[in-house]
Design a protein around this ligand. Sequence first.
Ligand code: NAG
Ligand code: NAG
Ligand code: NAG
Ligand code: NAG
Ligand code: NAG
Ligand code: NAG
Ligand code: NAG
Ligand code: NAG
Ligand code: NAG
Ligand code: NAG
Ligand code: NAG
Ligand code: NAG
Length: 613
Amino acid sequence: MKLSPAVLAGSLAVRQEIDYNSAPPNLSTLANSSLFETWRPKAHVLPPSGQIGDPCMHYTDPETGLFHVGYLHSGAAGATTDDLVTYKDLNPDGQPFIVAGGVNDPIAVFDGSVIPSGIDGKPTLLYTSVSYLPIQWTIAYTRGSETQSLAVSSDGGRNFTKLEHGPVIPSPPFAVNVTGFRDPYVFQNNQIDSHTGSAPGTWYVVISGGVHGDGPSQFLYRQHDADFQYWEELGQWWHEPANTTWGNGDWAGRWGFNFEVSNLFGLDENGYNAEGEVFTTLGAEWSLDPIVPQVSDFREMLWASGNVSCEDGKVKFTPSMAGKLDWGHSAYAAAGKELPATSKASEKSGAPDRFISYVWLTGDYYGTLDFPTNQQNWTGALLLPRELSVGKISNVVDNELVRETGSWRVTSNNSGVVELATLKQEIVRESLAALITNDSFVEPGQTLSSSGAVSFQQTPKSKFHVITASISSPQTCRDSNLRAGFQILSSEFESTTIYYQFSNESIIIDRSNSSAAAATTNGIDSRNEAGRLRLFDLVEDGQQRVESLNLTIVVDNSVVEVHANGRFAISTWARSWYASSREIRFFQEGDGEVTFGDVTVHEGLYDAWPDRT
Ligand SMILES: *[C@@H]1O[C@H](CO)[C@@H](O)[C@H](O)[C@H]1NC(C)=O
Ligand SMILES: *[C@@H]1O[C@H](CO)[C@@H](O)[C@H](O)[C@H]1NC(C)=O
Ligand SMILES: *[C@@H]1O[C@H](CO)[C@@H](O)[C@H](O)[C@H]1NC(C)=O
Ligand SMILES: *[C@@H]1O[C@H](CO)[C@@H](O)[C@H](O)[C@H]1NC(C)=O
Ligand SMILES: *[C@@H]1O[C@H](CO)[C@@H](O)[C@H](O)[C@H]1NC(C)=O
Ligand SMILES: *[C@@H]1O[C@H](CO)[C@@H](O)[C@H](O)[C@H]1NC(C)=O
Ligand SMILES: *[C@@H]1O[C@H](CO)[C@@H](O)[C@H](O)[C@H]1NC(C)=O
Ligand SMILES: *[C@@H]1O[C@H](CO)[C@@H](O)[C@H](O)[C@H]1NC(C)=O
Ligand SMILES: *[C@@H]1O[C@H](CO)[C@@H](O)[C@H](O)[C@H]1NC(C)=O
Ligand SMILES: *[C@@H]1O[C@H](CO)[C@@H](O)[C@H](O)[C@H]1NC(C)=O
Ligand SMILES: *[C@@H]1O[C@H](CO)[C@@H](O)[C@H](O)[C@H]1NC(C)=O
Ligand SMILES: *[C@@H]1O[C@H](CO)[C@@H](O)[C@H](O)[C@H]1NC(C)=O
């Protein structure tokens, strides 16, 4: 049955048949909830319905070993997992475990973080309690708008009860004209202990923000008492001049004007280590208009690692490398937590102490797109959890490619051959193992040297699959106009092209032809996504070759994650309309030869929410 849009709009109760074999109508004219399944992912974290905001407030419950993943959702809500594959909502219908409306937070609850064994040994949440809006780095800051308050859970995280007293961090440092002062992140760190003469195991808080006219900052605080009631100000332990960049900006965007959602943690090559190298993930906000920026036009999801030192009695952080945690325009507000080896999930998989991070993928470009939200009845998702560690790239030729100020640093130098360190980030091993199922097919490799798209011999059964492949090319490709990769979610009507462009070392996701709905409906973003990945020259058996590009492409209906070489990620939406848009093709354009190898398609993904009806 096909109804006219006018009839559909007025017939909420009528279960609607949508025809995915013909051109879409203007989707904004369809009935509420009629697009609920159209683009919904199944392996990703998102609430049963409605909007998901920043991930935050994760922790492992010491009593149960369950990992709690939290996110802003009518306050903050969450779920638990014992395997990092499937999740259970903490409350029925994904209801929140904390909501705004208390004395400290009459207006809103913003991001926070949890001390797993805090007050009375219970999970203790330190969060931003909001009393006035709007809050924007582009406008004058309203005094008292963001304070940091405590709440404690006694029921396994289903409800966090606010303490009956004022905020424990009631204001920004004295006389600092902040652009923002939020997202408190609690952590422990040996290096900071020794620089500040603190007892081992002392808790610290980093609060994100910046200073008007001056630039973005991380504000550092130290635990003062066993009940976490007082926090001693240690100053702006990291500050960058306004709107500056790391190096020339190619590898880590702009530091911007205001930091948000900073996490701080120690890593080594195995994962989390409080004595390891200090890393931070952070959001940076900036805009183009220097005179009257009303909003933040740009948000970048960055990471940095660096040295901790002591200057004039103040502990300081100095970056030694920085990069993007995810290059997608919609990917932001990552929140991570250490996941101990004693957690349920790690006991099952045998994993060591890890640091796990979830990145948010906004569904309507931070609320700026006129997306058919009522028709879909959910907005946004969290990307698959990633495990972060210190990554090494060995046997790298010591040439100009390694000497730039980039998202890596040189760790050793052996007469012309160097080893590099960088942030390693991979889909958590449990999720990856569950994605890489035995319901898979191998597509024979190809060597292509002329422009075109070559269809796979086999088409996946659904829009839920993972493609793994490696692409290799000769060194001469760097100076050519060559582009090579895959077209996914393709049919005679639509396709999304993911390719490496050698000339500017970029992985690009071309969405200009991703969705037939973009032509009929507002708010279907079809802009390209682009991120930079350097393929180094490697020495092997005395021969030089270009590092191969190893891709893991996760297609979870409309959510597309592209992971490469254990150190690159770019994620976005590709909202294909036609049922037939499932084909995969090899893609080559320009001059040069590329070889595609080890191409496997893993079908079906998994249902992360088996308990939801
Ligand atoms: C659709 O949802 C919106 C938002 O909840 C609501 O205002 C509107 O009345 C709904 N439309 C119908 C036909 O129920
Ligand atoms: C949490 O518990 C308190 C006290 O019982 C109650 O007032 C509050 O509504 C609960 N909060 C949520 C989000 O359920
Ligand atoms: C803080 O900065 C804002 C924006 O530049 C400015 O309007 C305001 O006057 C400043 N406040 C103080 C106390 O300096
Ligand atoms: C920040 O720097 C960029 C690059 O130079 C520039 O385009 C932009 O206008 C600057 N933003 C502001 C608000 O000054
Ligand atoms: C960080 O510390 C290392 C070892 O002490 C030193 O070699 C390096 O120059 C320092 N980097 C920065 C950015 O201070
Ligand atoms: C979205 O779904 C929820 C839960 O089923 C429902 O209560 C709500 O009315 C729906 N909203 C719209 C706009 O359809
Ligand atoms: C490696 O060592 C050589 C010889 O000392 C030196 O010339 C070169 O600049 C070093 N390379 C890097 C990347 O530091
Ligand atoms: C996949 O592996 C599981 C466990 O080894 C086995 O039970 C199942 O039959 C296999 N499925 C296919 C399609 O081979
Ligand atoms: C969109 O993709 C289809 C199928 O690949 C192709 O026929 C069509 O020309 C493309 N349109 C544009 C504008 O690229
Ligand atoms: C689709 O319909 C909505 C609601 O009637 C309207 O505001 C919008 O302009 C239409 N979009 C297009 C592309 O025609
Ligand atoms: C590389 O160049 C393409 C245009 O050819 C552009 O779309 C893309 O944004 C560039 N990459 C980066 C990381 O800026
Ligand atoms: C990339 O894949 C190739 C071929 O499977 C493999 O030899 C190489 O170790 C992989 N590199 C990385 C960085 O995973």
